[in-house]
Design a protein around this ligand. Sequence first.
Ligand SMILES: [Zn+2]
Length: 511
Amino acid sequence: MEYFDTRDYDLAGRIGKLRTKHGIIETPYLFPVIDPIRQQPSLETIRSLGFNGIITNAYLFYRRNKGLPKKIHNSLKWNNTIMTDSGGYQVLIYGDVEVDNKTIVEYEKEIGTDIAVILDIPTGTKMSWEEARQALFETNKRAVEALPYIMDSDQLWVFPVQGSPYKDLLLISTSTAWRLPYHINAFGSPTVLLEKYEYDKILDLVGFARLHLPPHKPLHVFGVGHPMIIPFLVALGGDLFDSASYILYARDNRYMTETGTKKLEELHYLPCNCPVCSKYTVKELLEMPRKKRVEYLALHNLYMLRREINNVKQAIKEGRLWEYLEYKSKSHPTLRKAFEIVKKYARYLEKYNPETKGTTHALLLIDKDSHHNPRLIRIKRKVYDMLSNKKPENILLIPAYKKPYNQQIEYVEAKRKYPEYTILFYHPYLGVFPPQLANTYPYFQHEVGIIDEEVITKASKEILQAINKLRPKKIIIVQPVEEKYYLLTHKIIKWLRTKTTYTLDVLSFRT
Ligand SMILES: [Zn+2]
């Protein structure tokens, strides 16, 4: 049986099942980072929140047990999936660790972890190109060195992709990933960028790496645990995440929200209805003993993370990840920039987006960004191809403003009076389309949001382009009976008048 199956797709995001020795992890998934020595909140609590996989540090476990290979599931009293990081993070922070790659790899085998990472040299973000190149080659060397030890194991092994922020180096790492039989690829720690909220840079690197990695293997992104960035990473193909942020933030009185992190002291109200926030007020939380407060804040933060993962999964199921990101991008400038990166990769993301969904939900056409929705682009491209094959000589253009469009008075009248014309609808988001599509998806199943100057300009350009391709001899354009879309019609008429390769009539059925 395959260890990783994917079922639902949207953009480059997918819902998948990762099989480990201790159960199935449904992806996208975030592994809470566990401290093997002093964990708070307890693992039972973490499990009760719906997390069935945790990550801890094999190097810390090794040090704590003085190298004795204790079974990690017994030791932590956790029967579900355990992933262990190798100590690479400690390398990043402290420069080095006192064990070598082989020792850690063998140790991870002996303690029986489900998902294991080799001892890599994270390139972080502060290294020079030369330093990063060396770290990358050393990591690749270790990945090869570990192969004889891990080939016979029933564990899932992780290949850490290094080289960021240098894309030429990332390419070397990603091509190595194709050659080595690791189960999971992991994007090396972008923690520094994360702390500075430079989400766009992280996303650009992850998107770039994803583009060059084997798509059938899961991609783990190390150290990313904020509800703000997770949906964007998922859209670019991130499957697995891990983070200690829930507890690190809690120790610093920081409270996660969908759109950022707030100091507890800054809050007057708790904008959440998790069990913690439903039960306590800000004042009560601030006044309780520190240990208790940290525990409660950590719980709230975990709830936030779980909720975000669930929201993203639901969006994938409904085929509305793009709309979800669009909505998120309006809530914070840094997410606005993050969305630009997703747009940059939209063409490639489209390849991950299968043709049909099990259920079709209305397409949300919110504002100018919706023009970039890969689903919409793909549908329109098909329609335009179909139209240019037909090349109608006489076309009659009607603004589509009221569903069902083929019952609008303009259409009914035009069909009766101009049978020799090919009727086409035009729409600020849906572009040009024939009446036969008026009752199909998404020409019927969509909701329109803002129609402003930007939307109209973008739409009229596209509509003009589509019409010009048809090279008609005669054009009739109908003014809408209702005021809606009047500006769009006006703009199109203005532009149509600048060309003389056809005759143009403007018609009104107003009574
Ligand atoms: Zn809460």
